[in-house]
Design a binder for this molecule. Structure first.
Ligand code: ZN
Length: 289
């Protein structure tokens, strides 16, 4: 009898621990959706165009917006808004490889740029999509976090906590000039390796779709101070920004899989909805390369 009661108690406490564990897991990983709920969520965010002209593809314009310290071109890939809406354009920025050693941030954004050019022009809306896969070409070339002058380009903005001489790097100055031409409506800053969507508390509703669509958890900080970061700078300008930390893997062979995790989130970020044809994954194309 006593033994039984003990057993029951043990079972109880195990289930108690289990319940607690599940609660904590759900709490920590709150964005995760079941497969069915995920499909419904994607459906809810889908936009389709009646009878789109598939022969008239989106043109992705290459803009050289500046020059790196070592003389490399700083390139933005731009999808213009639909003509009738261009005076009301919202400029959405997606940036990769601010840190040159975060290799796959550049590669996944190159995949994304390539895919954008396969969509019908009819999917353009009031957004101007500005993708910069390789923000720090000198750092990328030498496989290094910093630019050629050893400046961390994500600590070089003239935010209230930034360096007094910021911006010091030509890459930053050029980017700020680009933002003068196309003031940011929202921004997605892609990094590695923490696999998390970092957001400021006031931007939670902005960050949540990226997290739900990618299955990356939400987080509010990397755990160390980041003075002069692009995040702080944009926050002070009241522009919603999230810093997406991709999965850890730096090998190019893994890039298609990392891209697959975030591609619907990227589409949603860029267009404000997920164009229906984009839901068909092209991962085979990228793996085959
Ligand atoms: Zn980084």
């Amino acid at each position: 009898m006593r033994r039984r009661r003990g057993c029951t108690q043990v079972i109880r406490s195990i289930s108690c621990v289990l319940v607690l564990g599940v609660t904590i897991a759900v709490g920590a990983a709150k964005p995760y959706l079941s497969a069915g709920d995920y499909a419904k969520y994607v459906q809810r965010l889908t936009c389709s165009v009646e009878d789109p002209d598939h022969d008239d593809k989106i043109r992705v314009r290459k803009l050289r917006y500046g020059t790196s310290g070592k003389g490399r071109a700083l390139i933005a890939h731009i999808v213009e808004p639909a003509k009738s809406l261009s005076d009301k354009a919202r400029n959405v920025y997606v940036i990769g490889a601010q840190h040159g050693d975060e290799r796959n941030t550049k590669i996944v954004l190159e995949y994304f740029v390539r895919e954008l050019a396969t969509l019908s022009n009819d999917f353009r809306n009031r957004r101007r999509i500005i993708v910069i896969p390789n923000y720090n070409p000198d750092g990328y070339k030498r496989y290094h976090r910093l630019n050629a002058s050893n400046i961390d380009l994500n600590r070089d903005f003239p935010s209230s906590d930034g360096h007094e001489d910021a911006p010091r790097a030509s890459e930053t100055a050029a980017f700020m000039k680009l933002m003068e031409k196309y003031p940011a409506y929202s921004m997605y800053n892609i990094h590695q390796p923490f696999r998390v969507v970092l957001y400021y508390p006031e931007d939670e509703s902005f960050a949540r779709p990226f997290s739900l669509l990618s299955d990356y958890p939400l987080g509010t900080g990397v755990g160390y101070p980041t003075p002069g970061s692009l995040g702080t700078y944009m926050r002070e300008k009241k522009v919603p920004i999230i810093t997406v930390e991709l999965a850890r893997h730096m090998k190019a062979a893994v890039a298609p899989y990392i891209y697959e995790e975030i591609r619907l989130a990227l589409y949603y970020s860029a267009f404000g909805c997920i164009p229906k044809p984009a839901q068909k994954s092209r991962i085979e194309t990228y793996i085959a390369e």
